[in-house]
Design a protein around this ligand. Structure first.
Ligand code: CO
Length: 267
């Protein structure tokens, strides 16, 4: 069953998702050569707790940290470490929090200093693909329309969509129904309705789609060693279409300005 949230519940989801987006914006600004991913994790946990919220990932199936940090060929679920970032890396930062009983979840992939043209195209296309998926969200659309829009955009640019991990409903649990694949034919699955809240999170590889999990039991990497990027937003289905709960006011103009490359014009 997919839950449709009331206005009061959506207010709470908006609050925690805005908090996650604000912390992520700060983490993104601190990600630079010489900074370690453990430094990023420490700031993340401090900010979340200072806001009266709790990390959502820490302790989830035994995950040990507040953020997932996945560099270069790492796809998702990388564990923070003392390894300093270096110029040219790309770093995915994924964070969830719980506030007042409701969850927020958001991810971005950021360039560390100047990155290769291929890396910057991968980041651009993955974020655009996320916005194409978000644009498919509206009352009456089907869940699989989201993944179909994502896959179409990714493959049109010669990149590939990871199959093993999916987006998800989000609310009073981090992961709720439905699962949202980032690939596959449209027109299938449940119909979307006002009040449903979805975390959409494409993972895109520069090379082949296959991934494997390292011996730490968490870190997923591309099998072929190619670069991988990950962007995630939480959205609520609204009467007009959707509202992006993790979009900060400061970023909304940029998203709208990119309407032609797939960003939503409303929300
Ligand atoms: Co998620």
């Amino acid at each position: 069953m997919i839950v449709c949230r009331s206005k009061a519940e959506i207010d709470k989801l908006r609050r925690v998702n805005q908090l996650v987006a604000e912390v992520l914006a700060e983490l993104r600004r601190m990600a630079a050569p010489g900074v370690t991913t453990a430094d990023i994790d420490r700031v993340a946990e401090e900010r979340v707790r200072a806001a009266g919220a709790e990390p959502a990932f820490k302790g989830y199936h035994g995950y040990p940290a507040t953020v997932c940090v996945s560099a270069n060929e790492q796809v998702v679920h990388g564990i923070p470490s003392k390894r300093p970032l270096v110029e040219g890396d790309i770093l995915s930062i994924d964070m969830g929090a719980r506030l007042d009983g409701f969850f927020g979840d958001c991810a971005v992939t950021v360039p560390i200093g100047t990155v290769s043209p291929q890396a910057s195209e991968l980041l651009r296309v993955t974020e655009e693909a996320l916005f194409h998926g978000i644009e498919a969200v509206k009352p009456g659309a089907r869940v699989s329309d989201i993944g179909a829009a994502i896959q179409q955009h990714v493959e049109a640019h010669g990149f590939s969509v990871v199959r093993e991990f999916v987006g998800h409903g989000i609310g009073t649990a981090l992961h709720e129904e439905p699962q949202i694949a980032n690939y596959g034919p449209g027109g299938r699955g449940p119909r979307l309705a006002e009040g449903m809240v979805l975390a959409i999170e494409p993972m895109v590889n520069a090379g082949k789609p296959a991934v494997k999990v390292l011996s730490d039991g968490w870190t997923a990497v591309t099998r072929d060693g190619s670069l991988s990027a990950h962007f995630e937003h939480a959205v609520v289905v609204s009467a007009e279409g959707r509202e992006i709960l993790t979009l900060l006011p400061a970023d909304a103009a940029r998203a709208a300005g990119r309407a032609l490359s797939g960003a939503p014009t409303e929300a």
